[in-house]
Write a protein that binds this ligand. Structure first.
Ligand code: HSE
Length: 333
């Protein structure tokens, strides 16, 4: 009994020191949506946008273990069970890695972006959760160290632990995954005035299925085209050369297959390019599409044209215009 009380005391002291580090027993974090692949860089390129994104409210509790007390904005689609939710599973992996499974945490997840949209919805939630726990516990290690835990969440969400959504959501900006084994992630520069126009046509494309339809083997000619484009895009980012960025964003491997999942994809491209887009393609595994534009006005014209077309097809849509988000997750309360 005495030992139990002592353990209880040390638990409370541990918790209290965590309170002191963050200055509170609860935290609210926003993490951004992301555009993965960036057309030619399947599984290796991605960037974060300013909106939309997800929010997590996390509280320290006095009972060890993780609970999820509330999820909003998901139409009941996401599991509250902590062993089945990507946020709690990633946070649990993190707590195990730092030897702090004695911690009690309660999570509220507020989905502020569409699920299954190709905008890194599960990544935004997972990253918000990981950033919340790291900050609550006063862990000052580099945010990029959270990446393997976030990838666990991706693996659970769609059967594959790719990093091209979670890495930019976590680190902000434009990110290259040079290697998965060993993990080698590089933040790339980008022109500050590059705008991203995103349109989400409201049809469901689960990433798991969108991955299954991709060809497993590719021919050398296509490979040469693809790596020329990836190198061109990365060069364009370094050189701030928007024309080079635009002409490099072509995908001969994945887009020809996945475009069939997106309503009138090639017409949407035509409309975006007519409206002045620098480039156009599928965001992540779709159905969202995105375009780069040289300024905000052009980006808004692009979203307007695409949404008009989708309305004509009787398909609802949501649109977002943003610069590239260099911040990644942030504490909002
Ligand atoms: N690179 C991943 C894919 C991103 O295209 O399947 C998923 O959002």
């Amino acid at each position: 009994m005495e030992q139990e009380i002592q353990q209880g005391t040390s638990f409370i002291q541990n918790q209290t020191s965590a309170f002191r580090k963050h200055g509170s027993d609860s935290i609210q974090v926003f993490a951004p949506a992301t555009v993965a692949n960036v057309v030619c860089g399947f599984d290796v390129l991605g960037f974060a946008v300013n909106e939309p994104g997800d929010e997590v409210i996390m509280r320290l509790t006095d009972k060890p273990g993780i609970t999820i007390s509330k999820i909003t904005g998901d139409d009941g689609r996401l599991p509250l069970h902590p062993a089945k939710n990507t946020v709690s599973v990633s946070v649990q992996h993190y707590l195990e890695s730092i030897g702090r499974t004695d911690i009690g945490l309660d999570i509220e997840l507020h989905k502020k972006m569409p699920i299954g949209s190709g905008l890194g919805s599960s990544s935004a939630s997972t990253v918000a959760g990981l950033f919340a726990v790291k900050t609550l516990l006063g862990d000052e290690t580099d945010v990029a160290k959270l990446l393997p835990f976030a990838m666990k969440g991706e693996e659970m969400a769609c059967g594959n632990g790719h990093a091209d959504n979670v890495a930019p959501a976590l680190m902000g900006g434009f990110v290259l995954i040079r290697s998965y084994d060993p993990l080698d992630v590089i933040r790339l520069p980008h022109p500050k005035d590059l705008y991203c126009a995103v349109v989400f046509p409201e049809v469901d494309v689960p990433t798991r299925e969108a991955r299954q339809i991709i060809r497993k083997q590719i021919n050398m000619k296509d490979a040469v085209t693809q790596w020329g484009n990836i190198a061109g895009l990365v060069s364009g980012l370094f050189m701030q050369d928007i024309d080079l960025i635009g002409r490099s964003m072509q995908d001969v491997l994945v887009e020809p297959v996945r475009s069939i999942l997106i309503p009138d994809f090639y017409k949407l491209r035509e409309l975006a390019m007519e409206a002045g887009a620098v480039s156009f393609g599928i965001s992540g595994s779709g159905p969202s599409v995105f375009a780069f534009a040289r300024n905000e006005e052009i980006a808004r014209q692009i979203t307007q044209k695409l949404q008009q077309h989708l309305t004509g097809l009787k398909i609802g849509s949501q649109a977002y215009v943003s610069t590239i988000n260099d911040t990644g997750p942030r504490v909002i309360g």
